[in-house]
Design a protein around this ligand. Sequence first.
Ligand SMILES: [Zn+2]
Length: 284
Amino acid sequence: MELLDFAKTDTAARLRAAAKRGALSHALIFSGSGDRVSAARYAAAAMECTAESKPCLACPACRKVMQDIHPDVTFVRDAEHKELSIDTVRAMRADAFIRPNEGARKVYIFEDCTILTEKDQNVLLKLVEEGPAYAAFFFCAENPAVLLQTIRSRCVEVKLSPTVEEGGAPDERALELARLIAEGSRASRAAFLAKLETQKVTRDDLSSLFEGTRLLLSSALLGQYGVSVPERDLRIARSLASRLTKAKLLGTIDLLQDYRNKCTYNVGVGPTLGGFAVELEETL
Ligand SMILES: [Zn+2]
Protein backbone atom coordinates (compact mmCIF):
# COMPACT_ATOMS: atom_id res chain seq x y z
CA MET A 1 0.00 0.00 0.00
CA GLU A 2 1.17 3.46 -0.81
CA LEU A 3 0.35 6.80 0.66
CA LEU A 4 -1.46 7.80 -2.50
CA ASP A 5 -3.71 4.77 -2.10
CA PHE A 6 -4.34 5.72 1.50
CA ALA A 7 -5.43 9.17 0.31
CA LYS A 8 -8.45 7.55 -1.34
CA THR A 9 -9.74 5.84 1.79
CA ASP A 10 -12.60 6.90 4.07
CA THR A 11 -10.13 7.16 6.92
CA ALA A 12 -8.12 9.70 4.92
CA ALA A 13 -11.32 11.65 4.26
CA ARG A 14 -12.01 11.75 8.01
CA LEU A 15 -8.47 13.00 8.70
CA ARG A 16 -8.91 15.72 6.06
CA ALA A 17 -12.22 16.78 7.57
CA ALA A 18 -10.65 17.00 11.03
CA ALA A 19 -7.69 18.98 9.65
CA LYS A 20 -10.09 21.36 7.92
CA ARG A 21 -11.85 22.08 11.20
CA GLY A 22 -8.47 22.51 12.87
CA ALA A 23 -9.45 19.53 15.00
CA LEU A 24 -6.74 17.04 14.14
CA SER A 25 -5.49 15.83 17.52
CA HIS A 26 -1.84 16.36 18.43
CA ALA A 27 -1.72 12.79 19.72
CA LEU A 28 -2.89 10.01 17.43
CA ILE A 29 -2.62 6.25 17.56
CA PHE A 30 -2.75 4.49 14.20
CA SER A 31 -3.86 0.95 14.97
CA GLY A 32 -5.16 -2.09 13.14
CA SER A 33 -3.85 -4.03 10.18
CA GLY A 34 -3.84 -1.27 7.55
CA ASP A 35 -0.80 0.71 6.45
CA ARG A 36 -0.22 2.60 9.69
CA VAL A 37 2.96 4.38 8.62
CA SER A 38 1.43 5.76 5.42
CA ALA A 39 -1.53 6.97 7.46
CA ALA A 40 0.80 8.68 9.94
CA ARG A 41 2.76 10.31 7.11
CA TYR A 42 -0.51 11.50 5.59
CA ALA A 43 -1.59 13.04 8.91
CA ALA A 44 1.85 14.66 9.24
CA ALA A 45 1.35 16.20 5.79
CA ALA A 46 -2.03 17.50 6.98
CA MET A 47 -0.23 19.17 9.90
CA GLU A 48 2.40 20.84 7.70
CA CYS A 49 0.43 21.53 4.51
CA THR A 50 0.19 25.17 3.51
CA ALA A 51 -2.83 24.78 1.22
CA GLU A 52 -6.41 25.29 2.28
CA SER A 53 -7.48 21.68 1.85
CA LYS A 54 -5.02 19.72 3.99
CA PRO A 55 -3.08 17.71 2.96
CA CYS A 56 -3.01 18.81 -0.68
CA LEU A 57 -0.11 16.41 -1.44
CA ALA A 58 1.24 18.98 -3.90
CA CYS A 59 2.61 21.99 -1.97
CA PRO A 60 6.32 22.02 -1.06
CA ALA A 61 5.55 21.11 2.57
CA CYS A 62 3.46 18.08 1.58
CA ARG A 63 6.07 16.94 -0.91
CA LYS A 64 8.81 17.10 1.70
CA VAL A 65 6.73 15.06 4.12
CA MET A 66 6.05 12.47 1.42
CA GLN A 67 9.75 12.26 0.59
CA ASP A 68 10.61 11.96 4.31
CA ILE A 69 12.79 15.07 4.12
CA HIS A 70 10.64 17.59 6.01
CA PRO A 71 12.86 18.99 8.79
CA ASP A 72 9.95 19.16 11.23
CA VAL A 73 8.66 15.63 10.73
CA THR A 74 10.78 13.06 12.53
CA PHE A 75 10.61 9.29 12.55
CA VAL A 76 11.84 8.37 16.01
CA ARG A 77 14.15 5.41 15.48
CA ASP A 78 17.02 3.75 17.22
CA ALA A 79 18.88 1.57 14.77
CA GLU A 80 21.41 0.47 17.35
CA HIS A 81 19.02 -1.07 19.85
CA LYS A 82 16.15 -3.51 19.79
CA GLU A 83 14.14 -1.24 22.03
CA LEU A 84 14.08 2.53 21.79
CA SER A 85 16.77 3.64 24.22
CA ILE A 86 15.82 6.15 26.87
CA ASP A 87 18.59 8.42 25.56
CA THR A 88 16.90 8.54 22.17
CA VAL A 89 13.61 9.48 23.79
CA ARG A 90 15.27 12.16 25.91
CA ALA A 91 17.04 13.61 22.88
CA MET A 92 13.72 13.65 21.09
CA ARG A 93 12.09 15.41 24.04
CA ALA A 94 14.80 18.09 24.00
CA ASP A 95 14.26 18.52 20.27
CA ALA A 96 10.51 18.92 20.77
CA PHE A 97 11.11 22.09 22.77
CA ILE A 98 12.99 23.72 19.91
CA ARG A 99 10.55 25.58 17.69
CA PRO A 100 9.80 24.20 14.20
CA ASN A 101 12.37 24.97 11.51
CA GLU A 102 10.02 25.86 8.71
CA GLY A 103 6.67 24.21 9.32
CA ALA A 104 3.80 25.15 11.58
CA ARG A 105 4.18 22.01 13.70
CA LYS A 106 6.75 19.51 14.82
CA VAL A 107 5.61 15.96 14.28
CA TYR A 108 7.16 12.85 15.81
CA ILE A 109 6.22 9.49 14.35
CA PHE A 110 6.79 6.24 16.22
CA GLU A 111 6.41 3.68 13.48
CA ASP A 112 6.63 0.64 15.74
CA CYS A 113 5.44 1.12 19.30
CA THR A 114 6.43 -2.40 20.33
CA ILE A 115 9.98 -1.04 20.73
CA LEU A 116 8.89 1.51 23.37
CA THR A 117 9.79 0.48 26.92
CA GLU A 118 7.71 1.49 29.91
CA LYS A 119 10.39 4.02 30.82
CA ASP A 120 10.24 5.47 27.28
CA GLN A 121 6.51 5.72 27.51
CA ASN A 122 6.53 7.54 30.82
CA VAL A 123 8.77 10.23 29.33
CA LEU A 124 6.52 10.40 26.28
CA LEU A 125 3.41 10.62 28.43
CA LYS A 126 4.66 13.83 30.05
CA LEU A 127 5.50 15.23 26.64
CA VAL A 128 2.10 14.37 25.19
CA GLU A 129 0.48 16.03 28.20
CA GLU A 130 2.67 19.06 28.68
CA GLY A 131 4.71 19.46 25.52
CA PRO A 132 4.67 22.64 23.42
CA ALA A 133 1.43 23.31 21.54
CA TYR A 134 3.11 22.94 18.15
CA ALA A 135 4.31 19.38 18.87
CA ALA A 136 2.38 16.34 17.66
CA PHE A 137 2.95 12.65 18.35
CA PHE A 138 1.80 9.84 16.12
CA PHE A 139 2.03 6.31 17.46
CA CYS A 140 1.75 3.33 15.12
CA ALA A 141 0.78 0.04 16.75
CA GLU A 142 -1.20 -2.84 15.32
CA ASN A 143 -2.47 -3.47 18.82
CA PRO A 144 -2.73 -0.23 20.83
CA ALA A 145 -2.49 -2.24 24.07
CA VAL A 146 1.32 -2.11 23.66
CA LEU A 147 0.96 1.50 24.82
CA LEU A 148 0.32 2.39 28.45
CA GLN A 149 -3.29 3.08 29.25
CA THR A 150 -2.27 6.56 30.41
CA ILE A 151 -0.91 7.37 26.93
CA ARG A 152 -3.86 5.78 25.17
CA SER A 153 -6.31 7.84 27.16
CA ARG A 154 -4.68 11.03 25.86
CA CYS A 155 -4.66 9.99 22.21
CA VAL A 156 -7.29 9.71 19.52
CA GLU A 157 -7.20 6.25 17.97
CA VAL A 158 -7.43 5.90 14.20
CA LYS A 159 -8.25 2.28 13.35
CA LEU A 160 -7.05 1.11 9.96
CA SER A 161 -8.22 -1.80 7.91
CA PRO A 162 -6.35 -3.16 4.89
CA THR A 163 -6.88 -0.66 2.11
CA VAL A 164 -7.87 -3.10 -0.57
CA GLU A 165 -11.35 -2.99 0.92
CA GLU A 166 -11.51 0.75 1.33
CA GLY A 167 -9.48 2.29 -1.44
CA GLY A 168 -9.83 1.01 -4.94
CA ALA A 169 -9.08 2.17 -8.41
CA PRO A 170 -9.57 5.76 -9.52
CA ASP A 171 -12.85 6.30 -11.25
CA GLU A 172 -12.93 5.68 -14.99
CA ARG A 173 -13.82 9.26 -15.81
CA ALA A 174 -10.89 10.58 -13.77
CA LEU A 175 -8.56 8.25 -15.61
CA GLU A 176 -9.96 9.42 -18.94
CA LEU A 177 -9.62 13.10 -18.05
CA ALA A 178 -6.04 12.57 -16.85
CA ARG A 179 -5.28 10.74 -20.10
CA LEU A 180 -6.74 13.60 -22.14
CA ILE A 181 -4.70 16.12 -20.16
CA ALA A 182 -1.56 14.10 -20.87
CA GLU A 183 -2.17 13.00 -24.42
CA GLY A 184 -5.31 14.60 -25.80
CA SER A 185 -5.97 17.69 -27.84
CA ARG A 186 -7.86 20.79 -26.75
CA ALA A 187 -10.81 19.63 -28.84
CA SER A 188 -10.86 16.15 -27.30
CA ARG A 189 -10.91 17.60 -23.79
CA ALA A 190 -13.71 20.00 -24.69
CA ALA A 191 -15.69 17.12 -26.20
CA PHE A 192 -15.19 14.97 -23.10
CA LEU A 193 -16.38 17.72 -20.76
CA ALA A 194 -19.32 18.62 -23.00
CA LYS A 195 -20.36 14.97 -23.10
CA LEU A 196 -20.43 14.84 -19.30
CA GLU A 197 -23.00 17.61 -19.32
CA THR A 198 -25.28 15.64 -21.60
CA GLN A 199 -24.84 12.57 -19.38
CA LYS A 200 -26.53 14.45 -16.54
CA VAL A 201 -23.71 13.95 -14.06
CA THR A 202 -24.35 15.17 -10.53
CA ARG A 203 -22.26 17.55 -8.47
CA ASP A 204 -20.98 14.56 -6.48
CA ASP A 205 -19.88 12.87 -9.72
CA LEU A 206 -18.05 16.03 -10.70
CA SER A 207 -16.45 16.31 -7.30
CA SER A 208 -15.07 12.77 -7.51
CA LEU A 209 -13.95 13.38 -11.10
CA PHE A 210 -11.94 16.44 -10.03
CA GLU A 211 -10.56 14.70 -6.95
CA GLY A 212 -9.67 11.49 -8.79
CA THR A 213 -7.91 13.42 -11.53
CA ARG A 214 -6.14 15.58 -8.96
CA LEU A 215 -4.77 12.48 -7.21
CA LEU A 216 -3.47 11.10 -10.50
CA LEU A 217 -1.70 14.39 -11.22
CA SER A 218 -0.35 14.39 -7.65
CA SER A 219 1.03 10.90 -8.30
CA ALA A 220 2.74 12.19 -11.42
CA LEU A 221 4.18 15.19 -9.58
CA LEU A 222 5.38 13.16 -6.60
CA GLY A 223 6.86 10.60 -8.97
CA GLN A 224 9.01 13.44 -10.30
CA TYR A 225 10.32 13.91 -6.78
CA GLY A 226 11.16 10.25 -6.36
CA VAL A 227 8.10 9.21 -4.32
CA SER A 228 6.91 5.77 -5.40
CA VAL A 229 3.74 5.78 -7.48
CA PRO A 230 1.13 3.00 -7.14
CA GLU A 231 1.76 0.38 -9.84
CA ARG A 232 -1.71 0.95 -11.27
CA ASP A 233 -1.07 4.67 -11.84
CA LEU A 234 2.44 4.31 -13.26
CA ARG A 235 1.62 4.55 -16.94
CA ILE A 236 -0.62 7.60 -16.68
CA ALA A 237 1.77 9.25 -14.19
CA ARG A 238 4.67 8.87 -16.64
CA SER A 239 2.59 10.17 -19.49
CA LEU A 240 1.48 13.22 -17.48
CA ALA A 241 5.02 13.92 -16.34
CA SER A 242 6.35 13.82 -19.89
CA ARG A 243 3.64 16.14 -21.20
CA LEU A 244 3.52 18.71 -18.38
CA THR A 245 6.25 20.60 -16.56
CA LYS A 246 6.19 20.52 -12.76
CA ALA A 247 4.79 24.06 -12.75
CA LYS A 248 1.97 23.08 -15.08
CA LEU A 249 1.24 19.94 -13.10
CA LEU A 250 1.01 22.07 -9.97
CA GLY A 251 -1.18 24.66 -11.68
CA THR A 252 -3.55 21.96 -12.90
CA ILE A 253 -3.63 20.31 -9.47
CA ASP A 254 -4.59 23.67 -7.93
CA LEU A 255 -7.27 24.17 -10.56
CA LEU A 256 -8.75 20.72 -9.91
CA GLN A 257 -8.72 21.43 -6.19
CA ASP A 258 -10.50 24.74 -6.75
CA TYR A 259 -13.18 23.11 -8.82
CA ARG A 260 -13.62 20.23 -6.41
CA ASN A 261 -14.16 22.79 -3.64
CA LYS A 262 -16.71 24.60 -5.80
CA CYS A 263 -18.69 21.36 -5.99
CA THR A 264 -19.39 21.57 -2.27
CA TYR A 265 -21.43 24.70 -2.94
CA ASN A 266 -24.68 24.79 -4.78
CA VAL A 267 -23.22 25.37 -8.21
CA GLY A 268 -24.74 24.20 -11.48
CA VAL A 269 -23.03 21.31 -13.24
CA GLY A 270 -23.12 22.99 -16.67
CA PRO A 271 -21.50 26.30 -15.69
CA THR A 272 -18.94 24.43 -13.55
CA LEU A 273 -17.92 22.22 -16.46
CA GLY A 274 -17.84 25.22 -18.80
CA GLY A 275 -15.68 27.27 -16.45
CA PHE A 276 -13.38 24.35 -15.86
CA ALA A 277 -12.95 23.69 -19.59
CA VAL A 278 -11.85 27.29 -20.18
CA GLU A 279 -9.51 27.48 -17.20
CA LEU A 280 -8.00 24.09 -17.93
CA GLU A 281 -6.87 25.22 -21.38
CA GLU A 282 -5.45 28.42 -19.90
CA THR A 283 -3.45 26.35 -17.43
CA LEU A 284 -2.13 23.74 -19.85
ZN1 LIG B 1 0.05 20.62 0.96
